[in-house]
Design a protein. Structure first.
Length: 481
């Protein structure tokens, strides 16, 4: 196995030469106990003693960066792993375009950069907190292992951001690192920083939708931070993206398997109408209209994470060279955007219109458009699953103005197809577009834990292949007696 230059002799595995960076090592070591307390307190409830078949990052070599083994989650080796440094890397956008990438924090952008790191860092423990009850209702050991894998990696992503804070921001970085362990998802007095990370993840369909939609927002944010002129941030985000891909796999296949099971059960029972909700639910599966509603909810909560469509903040972080666009280096333009425009959907005199805005202030909008396109590709794959079973139904992304709490459409009601509505029409349609209390109760009634190796709950199909190519009846989690 290639372990590159990852050092496992210090308590914290790393490829950043911590052994010789005593001050940062000490800062991280003094942060570590608080992290473990947080993990025991807010990590997967009831499974801290279970042996989980997890992958651990042991290298940054794209061909062999992880190894699989049974690990108790509190013993997971959370390490600091940055993608290898590129020789002569240049700042790829903004005012400093073409200058050498920064290896230290540029003083004039210190506050702006710290805020970007803290916001990203805050989302990592938040999702662990949101998902902490899911082990109890896992539909199989395979799925249980997957949520735990996502959880330990979100924990590692927190370490990644804390390293940046402690290494490059001195005392206030250490304070921010401590704060990251204080806030709690959904807390009234110390909530997490972003809306979607304070919502509950009450059931497994929510979890799979979350990993599809919200982790995909994470991917887009990481992609744009991976372009950063601040090289250590770029390198850490590039390696995080390697792990992030699995989170989206868990989401996409989780929803896909749910869809597949529903369609197969409908076919077997001779039900042609996807809207025959009662009959379909009697089969112990989740009807497609309810899956559409969950999709509507999670997509729109995730759209809010991109912030306002038009934002001077976004323009400033771009111009400063701190946060770029999705695949910045592949885009063919001047990478400064001082004279460019970008079309933004806006509400003008009661109509939704596409208006050209300065491309700099429309940076968020552009990233969100790239996100929507990426989501749509996933939906196309889900729709293929439906097609293959012969059921007639199509999942669709709702209009970007639907159910928004941030940005251009936050004060208006818009239907999933993009029609402006008055309050009465909204209230009439709401339960058909977003999960109702009844839908939630029904889904909750299906959430029974299945722990026999190779067995799956009624509402979800088995995966086509196992993790690490393990056979179907592999015991992914050995639950402590
Ligand atoms: Fe993450
Ligand atoms: Fe993630």
């Amino acid at each position: 196995m290639n372990i590159d230059n990852v050092d496992y002799t210090t308590k914290i595995p790393n490829n950043v030469n911590l052994a010789e960076d005593r001050q940062v090592l000490r800062a991280l070591e003094s942060w570590h106990p608080g992290y473990i307390d947080w993990w025991m307190d807010m990590g997967p409830e009831g499974f801290q003693d279970a042996l989980v078949y997890l992958r651990t990052a042991v290298s940054v070599d794209p061909k062999g960066w992880a190894k699989f083994d049974y690990v108790k989650m509190p013993d997971y080796r959370w390490g600091i792993l940055l993608a290898p440094r590129e020789d002569n890397r240049k700042i790829p956008f903004g005012r400093h375009y073409g200058e050498p990438a920064w290896q230290e924090v540029p003083g004039e952008y210190r506050a702006m950069l710290r805020r970007l790191v803290v916001i990203q860092g805050d989302t990592e423990p938040a999702s662990v907190e949101q998902q902490r009850h899911l082990g109890r209702t896992a539909p199989s050991l395979y799925d249980m292992r997957n949520v735990f894998q996502v959880n330990v990696e979100e924990g590692r992503h927190l370490w990644a951001m804390v390293y940046i804070l402690q290494k490059y921001f001195g005392r206030d970085g250490r304070e921010e690192a401590a704060e990251l362990l204080q806030r709690r998802s959904g807390s009234a007095d110390k909530p997490r920083m972003l809306g979607a990370f304070n919502e509950a993840t009450p059931d497994w369909l929510s979890f799979h939708m979350f990993t599809f939609f919200t982790d995909r927002d994470g991917k887009m944010q990481l992609e744009s931070l991976a372009q950063s002129g601040f090289d250590p941030l770029s390198r850490t985000c590039r390696f995080m993206l390697t792990e992030e891909a699995h989170h989206m796999f868990v989401g996409e296949t989780g929803v896909g398997r749910t869809i597949q099971r529903t369609c197969e059960a409908m076919k077997a029972a001779g039900i042609e109408d996807p809207g025959a909700v009662e009959k379909i639910r009697a089969l112990g599966v989740i009807d497609l209209p309810t899956i559409q509603k969950k999709l509507n909810l999670h997509y729109t909560l995730s759209l809010d994470l991109f912030g306002s469509e038009v934002s001077t903040n976004a323009a400033n972080t771009f111009t400063a060279g701190l946060k770029g666009r999705f695949q910045e280096i592949k885009i063919e333009d001047d990478h400064r955007l001082e004279n460019a425009v970008y079309p933004v959907l806006k509400l003008v005199d009661g109509e939704i219109k596409r208006i050209d805005e300065p491309a700099l202030t429309a940076i968020n909008m552009r990233l969100r458009d790239d996100y929507t396109a990426d989501c749509q590709r996933g939906l196309d794959r889900w729709n293929k699953i439906i097609d293959r079973t012969g059921v007639t139904f199509k999942l669709e992304l709702p209009h970007v103005g639907f159910h928004r709490q941030i940005g251009e459409f936050k004060n208006v009601k818009i239907s999933p197809t993009g029609k402006l509505l008055d309050e009465t029409a909204w209230n009439r349609g709401k339960n058909a577009w977003l999960p109702s209390a009844d839908d939630g109760d029904y889904i909750a009634s299906l959430m029974q834990r299945v722990v026999e190796p190779g067995q799956f709950a009624s509402w979800i199909a088995p995966p086509r292949v196992g993790i690490d190519n393990k056979p179907g009846d592999f015991e992914y989690v050995k639950i402590a007696a």
